[in-house]
Design a binder for this molecule. Sequence first.
Ligand code: SF4
Ligand code: SF4
Ligand code: FES
Length: 260
Amino acid sequence: MAKRVVTFEIFRHNPLDPDSRPRLQPFILEETPRMTLFTALTKIREDLDPSLKFDFVCRAAVCGSCAMLVNGKPRLACRTRVEELPDRTTLFPLPFFKLVGDLSVDTGTWFRAMGARVRSWVHTMEQFNPTLEERMSNEEATAVYDLDRCIECGCCVAACATAQMRPDFMGPAGLLRVARFVADPRDQRTSIDAFDVVKTDEGIFGCVGFLACHDSCPKNLSLATQLAYLRRKFMLTGIGIGKDGKNHHNVSQTVGLPAR
Ligand code: SF4
Ligand code: SF4
Ligand code: FES
C-alpha cells in the first residue's frame, strides 16, 4: 500500500532577528508506521531544515516540553499520532507564553512565577523529621498524587480564553496548584489563607467556566472538578464558612448554600 504523504505547515519566526517575519512554511513528509508528531518534526529537522526550533526532552508525555497548537488545539507532539491527523496540518507555538522561536516557547518562566505567586509548597510549623515520613490516609494521598500529576505543559493555559485576555490571570494550572495544597493534610494553611491567594478576578473569580482547559489537558487532570471545588469552597470561605465547616457569619442560609 502506498504510504500517505502529509503536509505540515509550520509557523516560523525568530523574535530575536529584526529581519524575521512570521510566516507558515510547508514541509512534505511520507508517513511511517506509528509515526508521532514528534518523530515527524525530528525528521523534518534532520532531513529538511536543521534550523527548525521545537522542544522535547522525554518523548513520553512526562516533561511537558513539546506542547504546541496542532490544527488550533493544544497538544503534546510526542503523544500525537500522525495517523490521527489530516493530510494537511498546521502547527503553531502555544499562545500566551513568550516565543523563543518557531514552535518553541518559554513556559518555565511563567510556571516558576506562578509557583511563587500561589506559594506552591507545604506550609507547616512541624519540625522536619528525615527518618519518619508523615502519615496521611490512602484517600488523602491519592487526592494529592492525582493533583500532582501536572507536567506543566501549558496546554490548559493556552486553551484558556481568560488567560489570553488578561496575562495576570493565574490560569487553570495555577488554580489546580492551589487545589493541590488545599488537599494536602500536611499544609497548615487555612481556607482563608488560600482564599486570599485566589479571591480576585486574577484568580478563581476570573474563570468563566467554559472548561476549554479541562478538554485540553493531556494528562486528563480533573480541572473541571477542581475549578468547581475551588469556586464553591472559596465562595463559602468568603461568606464566612471556615475550615471546620461551621458558618461563622451565619449567612450561608441567606444565600441557600449548604455548610460543609
Ligand atoms: S474554565 Fe476557567 S480556567 Fe478553564 S479555560 Fe475556562 S476560564 Fe480558563
Ligand atoms: S493541568 Fe494539564 S494541561 Fe495544564 S499544565 Fe498541567 S498537565 Fe498541562
Ligand atoms: S517530549 Fe516530554 S512531554 Fe513530549
